[in-house]
Design a protein around this ligand. Structure first.
Ligand code: UDX
Length: 471
């Protein structure tokens, strides 16, 4: 069989921050001559994404969507706090369905559309079972890690951190202490900048069981034929150099949303009305506030953010997902609280925004973000200064890069206080230096993804690699 018959099965974690970026990867691969791509969603998500999926396949005839059950009942809320349950259920109940489906896709044109047999799998690095099952069936598998390269390097460094006595953190120890043992980051990394999971310690364990799960997933995914990262040399070049010797191959091909034409696939309904509201605002006058798809905050934290934003005095657009407040406190009408504090004309609340369009809008002056990797990349591409309030996992290290390495924004880290929100938002809105740094970084990232840039070149190499696997 010739190289023209490459068919890649792309299997993202069933979460927003993973679905978008792996869709961009899929659309980019399907645009390459002779490459077919099947995206595997859960049945539940494919129902929610039906319209976006139809629009994407209309534009890309070599791209199609299939699904497997996640094993949860139809009426399960599948909210942000259920992540571990979803992943666990998918890895058990979904595993058998995935194995059966992949087996059927290895022969003929199963799945419809005249697609050739599957020749490789790109599995989400958090779905190591997808990678293992593929290899068991004789299908070469690559791992796509949607978080930053720096967080991957931190996880890979955990054994060294234990050797050096940096982990576990001493009880009551100072989180501002510098950390040794993550190569290339010794000059600026503090305990509090390590992924939040590193703060967990079991009573009888050196490694907390939840951290152990993430370490096992990291080790498992790094055994794949290659690791794909949604990052660029200008963002994390030195980090990539430290990762390369520890994996079989690494492809840094991001930010993919700046390369791929695919529209975002939102699990929530986007409220486009905020774009007209932005049109009515002055240039760089608005603070855009969004804490991503998984962050859950308390009512007290909501009130601190709100007071800080009102005190800063700029108009703001705030994404408040229906499940953003911890379930036990979720009866307050957030929209009414915002309007009462800020006034109708000064603030706009939406349940979900077309974030990339918002960040591209001339009216946006800064982005108050949880520093999720996708949001960090989206702000970087648009050159928008950020104020980071990292919530969990990789976000702690991402925000350190923003505040101390790229200097394109400020890092609130571990503080949720109205006065800090007011001060940092004001500085991010007014500082010429931060804006210049953000725009300079955006320029470099655009060069990475442009013709001949490092990400564009690596993407070509990845397509060649996948074609090679098909021969
Ligand atoms: C988390 C992690 O922090 C991230 O680093 C990891 O790789 C995936 O899990 P999440 O909370 O989903 O991510 O944040 P982020 O990575 O920033 O992704 C959120 C995505 O949703 C972004 O692409 C953003 O554009 C989109 N979004 C967010 C919208 O389209 N509209 C919104 O209103 C808010």
């Amino acid at each position: 069989m010739g190289a023209a018959a490459a068919h890649v099965l792309v299997f993202p974690m069933p979460m927003q921050g993973h679905i978008n970026v792996m869709l961009h990867l899929a659309a980019t691969l399907a645009a390459a001559a002779g490459v077919h791509v099947t995206i595997l969603h859960t049945d539940h998500n494919l129902r929610r994404l039906r319209n976006a999926a139809a629009a994407t396949t209309a534009d890309s005839p070599r791209l199609r969507f299939l699904s497997v059950p996640d094993g949860l009942p139809d009426d399960h809320p599948r909210s942000a706090s259920d992540i571990l349950e979803i992943v666990d259920s998918l890895g058990t109940a979904g595993r058998a369905a995935y194995r059966a489906l992949l087996g059927s896709l290895l022969v003929g044109s199963a799945g419809g559309g005249g697609f050739p047999p599957v020749t490789s799998v790109v599995g989400d690095a958090l779905l190591t079972f997808a990678i293992d099952v593929a290899e068991e069936l004789g299908v070469p598998a690559l791992a796509f890690r949607t978080a930053s390269a720096s967080s991957l390097l931190a996880y890979l460094s955990v054994p060294r951190l234990f050797e050096l006595g940096e982990l576990p953190f001493p009880p009551g120890g100072d989180l501002d202490e510098p950390v040794r043992g993550v190569p290339g980051m010794e000059g600026f990394l503090r305990r509090r900048d390590l992924p939040s999971t590193f703060r967990r310690q079991g009573d009888d364990h050196d490694v907390h069981p939840k951290l152990q799960i993430l370490l096992d997933l990291t080790t498992g995914s790094c055994k794949a034929r290659a690791v794909i990262l949604n990052t660029a040399v200008s963002l994390e070049g030195p980090v990539l150099a430290h990762i390369a010797p520890r994996v079989r191959d690494v492809f840094a091909i991001g930010p993919l949303h700046a390369i791929s034409p695919a529209p975002a696939a939102s699990l929530w309904r986007e409220d486009d009305g905020c774009m007209a509201w932005l049109d009515g605002q002055a240039d760089r006058s608005v603070v855009y506030v969004s804490l991503g798809s998984l962050t859950v905050i308390s009512l007290e934290q909501f009130t601190e953010f709100l007071s800080g934003l009102v005190a800063a005095g700029y108009p703001f657009l705030w994404v408040l997902r229906p499940d953003i407040i911890v379930a036990s406190q979720s009866t307050t009408n957030l929209q009414e609280a915002v309007t009462a504090a800020a006034g109708d004309s000064k603030a706009r609340v939406v349940g979900w925004a077309p974030q990339r369009d918002v960040l591209r809008h001339r009216a946006v002056g800064c982005f108050l973000t949880h520093a999720g990797w996708n949001s960090t990349l989206e702000a970087a591409v648009e050159g928008v200064p950020t104020v980071c309030w990292p919530f969990f996992v990789d976000q702690q290290i991402n925000s350190r890069f923003v505040g101390a390495v790229w200097r394109t924004g400020l890092d609130m880290k571990d503080v949720c206080d109205a006065a800090v929100v007011e001060r940092m938002v004001t500085e991010a809105m007014e500082s010429g230096e931060i804006r210049e740094k953000a725009q300079a970084l955006a320029e470099k990232v655009r060069q990475d993804v442009g013709d001949g840039g490092s990400s564009a070149t690596e993407l070509k190499r990845l397509v060649g690699f996948l074609r090679e696997l098909a021969t």
